[in-house]
Design a protein around this ligand. Structure first.
Ligand code: SOE
Length: 398
């Protein structure tokens, strides 16, 4: 049963979703709920696509898709499909998105846009051509739809922080701390493109661009793999991507941002921390407390200054009017409902959704620059440890 009764008006948009793992589950939840909370164009969840016939059939029934299929190319040939939501691994993004756009389907694709800069450039070119024909496309940087971060962007744009100078972005997880965690597609360059860099630095970097409404002009980077091989079905397999990444970004405005990401930060579960410092104020955010925004107004008398907690749960706050009364907090999954609401409204009004594939390409260029800087190791200065100051771990008096 689809998510909404087909009301009089334009015929419903047929939706196909490709992929049904973690992101497929999160997007399915959003497709199931969006019409219950927001006024969006009529749509129907028509087909869920996956490689395993039994697995995708079970997921389709569980997540509320009318049917399941295993051949995404055949789905693109269907006249009753108008939207393709790509939740497949990164190595499939470019081929599917370009084919879907060429077939006249509106496309939503998960981040990062692609596994390589060349793929991202081809996708952006296909999106420009499709847009000329009224076919829309969007990349799923869902954290832009956290109400607290949408509010942060508004405050910065209103000048409440003055001139932003210094940004700190850290996205820390620990699901790969155990060296015996098995090999997955996310740990191979061939299927994922990169590791923490593309997976979560893409979010952190997009947030810097989103919040400041700025562009990056310089990049330094470093990548590191702490666990070079992991158990595979037939023995140890080489990990060919980074476990952690560091970058500094110079923005066109002159602001400087540091970006740090890791999937081996023991104890950090899904902590995207953002700190934005201006000459008139500052903002603090942590995804693990996504309903809250720390705000310091430096124009107040110093005796009254301090970070105050804004509970971003009022109807006046972005997206919140659709949900619960003030103070009834929302969750991580709501960001995908907001994302699909905005995507559907853009498709329905024939306007470019945001973030666009161009925005995804901008992030991809920065990711590539981090990789190039890391490979050149040009920012790394070798220091020779001095024997006299080398710290030892022997206990006192041992
Ligand atoms: C894994 O790091 C992951 O699922 C990312 O791929 C998502 O984009 C992020 O939102 C949560 O963590």
């Amino acid at each position: 049963m689809n998510s909404q009764e087909t009301s009089p008006g334009p015929p419903p948009l047929g939706v196909a979703m490709i992929g049904y793992a973690f992101m497929g589950k999160a997007h399915s939840n959003a497709w199931r709920n969006v019409a219950s909370y927001f006024d969006v164009p009529a749509f129907e969840r028509r087909v869920l696509v996956g490689r395993d016939p039994a697995g995708v059939a079970e997921a389709a029934a569980k997540y509320g898709w009318a049917e399941s299929a295993t051949d995404w190319r055949a789905v693109l040939d269907r006249d009753d499909i108008h939207i393709v939501d790509i939740c497949a691994p990164g190595f499939m993004h470019a081929e599917i998105a370009i084919a879907a756009l060429s077939a006249g389907k509106h496309v939503l694709v998960e981040k990062p846009l692609a596994n390589t800069l060349a793929e991202a450039e081809a996708m952006a070119a296909a999106a420009r051509s499709a847009q000329d024909k009224g076919v829309q496309s969007m990349i799923g940087f869902n954290y832009r739809r956290v109400p607290a971060l949408a509010l942060a962007r508004e405050l910065i744009a209103e000048g409440r922080l003055g001139t932003v100078r210094h940004v700190r972005a850290a996205y820390l997880q620990d699901w790969l701390v155990d060296p015996d965690s098995p090999m997955t597609w996310r740990l191979s360059k061939e299927t994922a493109g990169s590791g923490a860099l593309g997976d979560i630095a893409s979010h952190a970097i997009d947030q810097v661009l989103f919040l400041l409404g700025d562009q990056v002009t310089e990049v330094t980077g470093r990548l590191h793999t702490f666990t070079p091989s992991r158990p595979g079905p037939n023995g140890p397999e080489q990990v060919t991507v980074d476990d952690a990444a560091w970058a500094t970004l110079t923005l066109a405005s002159g602001a400087i941002a540091s970006v740090e990401v890791s999937r081996v930060a023991t104890g950090q579960k899904n902590s995207l921390k953002l700190e934005i410092y201006g000459d008139k104020g500052a903002l603090l955010f942590d995804l693990e407390d996504l309903n809250e925004l720390g705000f310091l107004d430096a124009t107040l008398p110093v005796r009254e200054q301090g970070f105050r907690r804004i509970l971003v749960n009022e109807p006046e706050h972005p997206y919140l009017e659709a949900w619960w009364p003030q103070g009834h907090v929302i969750g991580w999954e709501h960001t995908f409902t907001h994302e699909i609401r905005d995507f559907l409204l853009a498709v329905g009004s024939g306007t470019q959704p945001s973030p666009s594939f161009e925005d995804g390409l901008a992030v991809q260029r920065i990711l590539t620059a981090v990789e190039e800087s890391a490979a050149a190791r040009s920012s790394l200065i070798q220091l020779t440890p001095s024997a006299s100051t080398t710290q030892t771990t022997t206990t006192e008096g041992a």
